[in-house]
Ligand binder design. Structure first.
Ligand SMILES: *Cc1c(COP(=O)(O)O)cnc(C)c1O
Length: 382
């Protein structure tokens, strides 16, 4: 028997892994200390736990622990990186380059910085979702201080050529901010290989708790500086004051360790299921897949099902949890900015759905969902 509802929305968030939960629990109860209390054992225990988590996160991305700043998640890390770097490097220039298909955390923060004097270039993408490296190179000018490009797109799973982007940024002495929120735990990378100067992570996208994430800030070659984001007490190297969320940070550390060890299993498992789901839906006819087939996350399938409005399909299948694209903007019914940037018409974008699979999904769930989706598509197309 299949247990419903079935969860196919793992790019929006994932369930907390059982081992992660077990690691967190003591820090809600007997190990409840404040990690900044350095005069007694309650504080020392919490401080040790935070130290271990910082090591686990750093190891996961090939950084050193002093390059990790804990935040409430990727949105905060992105705000901190963009606003903080703009403050420090404004003397050098005010030009920032990004891509039209970035997460709203990047795009909305940059719109805010435009009001503060930033000049922002938003690069287009091709039909398969990739940027053109030559166009990127041409858009760099002497006033360019930062390039922000996501590793993996949350709606389509498209992977940008980020090592090339990072290399180009470093050659031109421009900072590279990489939003690796969706890539983490699904593909293997380290901050040196991709030449990232600033990089963000979020625990809840890879089986950790919500409300925990990090900003990686490179300490050498080059030493990157940003201004503080939250004032008051000097926590996190003075960048982000406030009492640390110790249980969440412990869970984040554990989920990073598990992702580092198991990313291949996650990728292998989800890509097998994804292939089965996608191939079968493509066979329906008048269905196409959005995002390059060559460089895509293993778990994500973004499909346009012609003649079927995504909202109608989602309502017809209440026992399957999937989405129209990003969870963050589904409060407004606008067609996806990612799909429009890829050249889909409004009509096509409105007939597009995202399935994002996770480690807990099974072949039985895929088979069950396929039957129901095929039936619903047939009915809605009539
Ligand atoms: C989820 C997500 C974010 C935001 O992360 P939060 O930790 O939920 O704030 C940013 N970028 C991408 C690509 C994401 O998928």
């Amino acid at each position: 028997m299949i247990k419903t509802p079935i969860y196919f929305d793992n790019n929006a968030t994932t369930p907390v892994n059982e081992n992660v939960l077990q690691a967190m629990l003591p820090y809600f109860s007997h190990n409840f200390g404040n990690a900044s209390s350095n005069t007694h054992a309650f504080g020392w225990v919490a401080m040790e736990a935070v130290k271990e988590a910082r090591n686990q996160v750093a190891t996961f991305i090939g950084a050193s622990p002093d390059e990790i700043t804990f935040t409430s998640g990727a949105t905060e890390a992105i705000n901190m990186a963009l606003c903080g770097a703009f403050d420090v490097y404004a003397a050098k220039g005010n030009h920032i380059i990004t891509v039209q298909t970035e997460h709203k955390a990047v795009l909305d923060t940059l719109s805010y910085l435009e009001k503060k004097g930033a000049v922002v270039t938003r690069l287009p993408v091709s039909r398969d979702g990739l940027i053109d490296l030559e166009m990127l190179e041409k858009s760099i000018n002497p006033k360019t201080i930062l390039i922000a490009v996501m590793y993996a797109n949350n709606e389509t799973g498209v992977l940008q050529p980020i090592s090339d982007i990072g290399k180009m940024a470093h050659q031109r002495e421009v900072l590279f901010l990489c939003d690796a929120t969706q890539a983490a735990g699904k593909v293997l990378f380290n901050v040196d290989d991709i030449n990232a100067d600033l990089l963000c992570l979020s625990a809840h996208k890879y089986y950790g708790p919500k409300g925990a994430g990090a900003l990686y800030i490179r300490r050498k070659n080059p030493k990157v500086k940003i201004t503080p984001y939250i004032y008051g007490g000097g926590h996190e190297n003075g960048l982000r004051s406030g009492t640390l969320n110790v249980p969440a940070i412990v869970g984040f550390g554990k989920s990073s360790e598990l992702a580092g060890n198991n990313w291949w299993d996650y990728a292998f498992h989800t890509s097998n299921l994804r292939t089965r789901l996608e191939q079968n839906l493509l066979e329906l006819g008048d269905v196409f897949c959005n995002g390059t087939s060559k460089n895509r996350l293993p778990n994500t399938s973004n499909l346009t099902i012609k003649g079927v409005k995504s909202g109608q399909l989602i309502s017809a299948l209440p026992f399957i949890a999937f989405s129209t694209g990003s969870a963050c903007s589904s409060a407004n019914p606008e067609p996806s900015h990612v799909l429009l940037a890829m050249g889909l018409s409004k009509e096509e974008a409105n007939c597009s759905v995202r399935f994002s699979l996770g480690i807990n999904n099974t072949a039985e769930e895929i088979n069950f969902a396929l039957d129901k989706i095929k039936e619903a598509v047939g009915r809605l197309r009539k």
